[in-house]
Design a protein around this ligand. Structure first.
Ligand SMILES: [Zn+2]
Length: 300
């Protein structure tokens, strides 16, 4: 999707950083394969295709990018294992933005499929920042956690993604402190902090008034994860995640906040509706943000 839509002061565009693939069983935790396979089909190695949908926000002075996908620092072996196809720079170009135009990069957390695009290797093999002119916003607690992860999520934190930012707190690194799990990141960009997936994940709530969207990162990564019980096997604290997820989905359903799915390879944004004790998604055309489409029923 390359169409733009208003979110408060910003003109918003969903830009794809490409696709990769992860084990379908890990992506759906306790959900049996015959059920999840109907939502997202698996390949011969049981992998499902994952999108990496980033949110580009422009207000005339700032150009903000939320998350930046897998990046290009992948060996042939890992690239094949994860089926990496990185397209962020061409997607940004198609939206009329060069990497040097980005003034602010907001990272939800430092897992490799969210922050990997922060850096690349130059021809000499040295790490360099992709977005040379951007300030990089990361939750302080996630930054600290990423430097000392545990055995369960160490594989998701690859230090080379943020190595060049170390010691840059006075200049281009902005560590965001949360109070009562909330913070203000930039004008019209608040953040809701969640602990269920990993420590200090920062979910941007963008816009104002009747034009708002929640960027749900790894809390609700695809439309198939809207149902309460459909949570990932990767999550560090599943019971905490359940409580946080219910609060997020209630906010979307009750306050007409659109939901952006970072990893849905087909549909990056929908509305959320209540469905008994659970929730479902509902089609939402970007140009009709916060207006229900006549005749569009729940698909979840
Ligand atoms: Zn993650």
């Amino acid at each position: 999707m390359s169409s733009t839509f208003p979110l408060g002061r910003y003109e918003a565009t969903i830009v794809s950083a490409g696709t990769f693939a992860l084990d379908g069983g890990a992506m759906f935790g306790i959900i049996p394969k015959p059920l999840w396979e109907k939502q997202i089909p698996a390949d011969e190695k049981n992998r499902i295709t994952m999108g990496t949908n980033c949110l580009l926000l422009r207000d005339g002075s700032r150009t903000v990018l939320i998350d930046c996908g897998m990046g290009t620092k992948w060996s042939t072996k890992l690239s094949e294992q994860f089926k990496v196809d990185s397209t962020l720079e061409s997607s940004l170009r198609a939206a009329g933005v060069g990497v040097d135009d980005v003034t602010d990069l907001v990272l939800t957390h430092l897992h490799f499929d969210h922050a990997g695009g922060t850096t690349r290797k130059n021809p000499a093999g040295e790490l360099e920042m992709v977005f040379e002119n951007a300030r990089v916003h990361v939750g302080r607690r996630n930054w600290d956690w990423a430097h000392n992860p545990n055995e369960r999520d160490r594989g998701s934190y690859r230090d080379e993604s943020w190595l060049p930012l170390q010691g840059e707190e006075q200049s281009r690194l902005v560590l965001v402190d949360d109070v009562n799990a909330r913070a203000k990141v930039l004008p019209d960009i608040d953040a809701i902090f969640c602990e269920g997936h990993t420590t200090g994940q920062m979910l941007p709530l963008v816009g104002g008034g009747t034009q708002r969207a929640l960027y749900a990162a790894d809390m609700i990564p695809t439309r198939a994860h809207v149902r309460m019980a459909w949570i990932m096997g990767y999550d560090l604290r599943p019971l905490e995640l359940l409580e946080e997820k219910r609060r997020l989905l209630s906010l979307c359903a009750d306050d007409d906040v659109a939901l952006v799915y970072e990893h849905d390879a087909v549909e990056p944004m929908t509305a959320i509706v209540r469905d008994g004790d659970d929730f479902a998604f509902q089609r939402l055309e970007p140009q009709h943000l916060n207006n229900n489409i006549p005749g569009a029923g729940p698909h979840g």
